[in-house]
Design a protein around this ligand. Structure first.
Ligand code: CTP
Length: 404
C-alpha cells in the first residue's frame, strides 16, 4: 500500500487533518505526519500520532542522535505529500524557497507529487500574492485542492474553508489511480465523449415525483476518467448530489427523461463515443397535475405512459458514433444484457447488478458487439471507469485499423 506524508500547517482547519489521517488509515495507506509548530497549538501531536500509528515530526532539532537525515528519509519514504490544511504562509514560504522548519524543509527536498489543500481567511484567499504564489508553484508541478465556500472561523460565509475531508481523500486516490494509467493519458485525445448519468425524475404534481436509486457515481466517474484520458467530455446529468467533474467541455443538468432525450439528441451528431450510463425512467405519469393532488376516499391510480428509449433512438440514427450501454439487472444479467446489446444496436454493453446502483463499488462484465466478454471483479467505480474506457479505446482503434 502507498505511503502518504501529511503536512499539517497552522490554520484553524488543522483539527480536520485528524479525519483525513483516519480515513486514509482505514483505506490501508501508511501515513506519517509532520506538523508546524503553530499547528500543534490547534491539535495535539499525540492525536495525530495515535491516528497515524507513527511518530509525528515537528521540530528539526528535537532528534535524538541517529544516522538518517530525517527530512531526506521522510521524502524518500513518501509516495505522495499532502499538506492539509495549507495556509497562506506555507504556500508563500515554499513559493519563495524558504525552508525554516521540518515541514517546509521536507517539502523543499521532495520530488514526490505534492498537494496543497488550501484553507484560510477569505481575504487572504483572494490576495493576489497568494494567487501569484500558486501560479508559480503550479508551474513546478505542485498540485492544489481549492478551498470550499462555507462559514469560516472568522465568521464570514465565503471561500476559504478546507475542502470536505472525504473529497480530499477521493482526490488523492484518483491521483494514484491516474498515475497508474499515466501511459494511457492520451488514449482518448481528440475524441468527443458524451455521457448520460444519474437518475431521471418524472413529476406527478408540484410536490411529488417518481425516480430511482441511481446515484450517478458511475457516470460521473466515467466523465472524469474520459477527461483524464484526454477527451472533450459533455456530461448530461439527471438529479444527483455529486459535484460536477472537473474540466468538462459542457455540463448539462436535466430532470426528466424527455429533457435528457432532447439534450442527448442535440449533442449526439457531434459525438464520437456515447456512453449511456443514466438510469432513465421507462415511464412517466400520463398527466402532470398543476396543483397538488389532494387525498380522497379510496385508492389513487396514476396512469403511466412510456418514455422514449434514448439509447435505442441513438442506435437507430448512429453513423460513426461508438455506443456504450449499461444493463442494470436483478437476474439473468448476461442474457438480458445481450438482448439489449442487439436490440439497441450497441457496440458494447456493461452488464452489472442493479443492487449496486447506489454503492461506491461494482463488479461488471463488458460484452462487445461480437458478443465476446470480459469480467471485472469488485472494484471502485473510479477504477472501473478507466477499465471501461480502455476497452472502448481499444475497440475504436481496432475498428479504425480494420477500416484502413
Ligand atoms: N436507456 C435509455 N432510455 C431509456 C431506458 C434505458 O437510454 N428510456 C439506456 C440506459 O441508459 C442503459 C440501457 O438503456 O444504457 C439499458 O437500460 P436498462 O434500464 O438496464 O434497461 P431498459 O432498456 O430500460 O430495459 P428494462 O428496464 O426492461 O430492463
Amino acid at each position: 500500500m502507498k505511503n502518504i506524508l501529511i503536512g499539517v500547517s497552522g490554520g484553524i482547519a488543522a483539527y480536520k487533518s485528524a479525519n483525513i489521517i483516519s480515513m486514509l488509515k482505514k483505506k490501508g495507506y501508511n501515513v506519517k505526519v509532520i506538523m508546524t509548530k503553530n499547528a500543534t497549538n490547534i491539535i495535539s501531536p499525540l492525536t495525530l500520532e495515535t491516528l497515524s500509528r507513527n511518530r509525528v515530526y515537528v521540530d528539526m532539532w528535537d532528534e535524538k542522535p541517529h544516522y538518517e537525515v530525517e527530512h531526506i528519509s521522510l521524502s524518500d519514504w513518501a509516495d505522495l505529500v499532502l499538506i492539509a490544511p495549507a495556509t497562506y504562509n506555507i504556500v508563500g514560504k515554499i513559493a519563495n524557497g524558504i525552508a525554516d522548519d521540518m515541514l517546509t524543509t521536507v517539502i523543499s527536498a521532495t520530488e514526490k507529487p505534492t498537494f496543497f489543500a488550501l484553507a484560510m481567511n477569505v481575504k487572504m484567499y483572494e490576495n493576489p500574492i497568494l494567487k501569484e504564489n500558486i501560479e508559480k508553484l503550479k508551474k513546478y508541478g505542485y498540485k492544489f485542492i481549492e478551498a470550499d465556500e462555507g462559514l469560516l472561523a472568522c465568521n464570514y460565509v465565503a471561500k476559504g474553508r478546507l475542502k470536505d475531508e472525504k473529497e480530499i481523500v477521493d482526490e488523492i486516490e484518483r491521483f494514484f489511480l491516474y498515475s497508474e494509467i499515466e501511459n494511457y493519458s492520451n488514449l482518448l485525445s481528440g475524441k468527443k465523449v458524451l455521457v448520460s448519468s444519474g437518475r431521471t425524475r418524472e413529476d406527478i404534481d408540484p410536490v411529488r415525483y417518481v425516480t430511482n436509486n441511481s446515484s450517478g457515481k458511475m457516470g460521473y466517474s466515467l466523465a472524469q476518467a474520459a477527461v483524464d484520458l484526454g477527451a472533450d467530455v459533455t456530461l448530461v446529468s439527471g438529479p444527483t448530489e455529486l459535484k460536477e467533474p472537473s474540466s468538462l467541455k459542457k455540463f448539462i443538468r436535466v430532470n426528466s427523461a424527455e429533457q435528457m432525450y432532447q439534450e442527448i439528441n442535440r449533442e449526439f451528431k457531434d459525438t464520437d463515443i456515447f456512453i449511456s450510463c443514466a438510469a432513465v425512467a421507462d415511464y412517466k405519469p400520463k398527466e402532470y397535475h398543476n396543483e397538488k393532488i389532494k387525498k380522497a376516499e379510496g385508492n389513487l391510480i396514476i396512469e403511466f405512459v412510456r418514455n422514449k428509449d434514448i439509447l435505442f433512438e441513438m442506435g437507430q440514427i448512429k453513423e460513426k458514433q461508438f455506443l456504450v450501454g449499461f444493463a442494470a439487472e436483478t437476474n439473468d444479467i448476461k442474457e438480458n444484457a445481450l438482448k439489449k446489446l442487439r436490440k439497441k444496436n450497441l457496440d458494447m454493453i456493461v452488464a452489472n447488478s442493479a443492487f449496486n446502483m447506489s454503492s461506491n463499488e461494482n463488479a461488471i462484465e463488458i460484452i462487445k458487439k461480437d458478443e465476446t466478454s470480459q469480467e471485472f471483479s469488485q472494484k471502485s467505480k473510479q477504477e472501473l471507469a478507466y477499465e471501461i474506457l480502455k476497452v472502448v479505446a481499444n475497440e475504436i482503434n481496432n475498428k479504425n485499423k480494420n477500416n484502413k
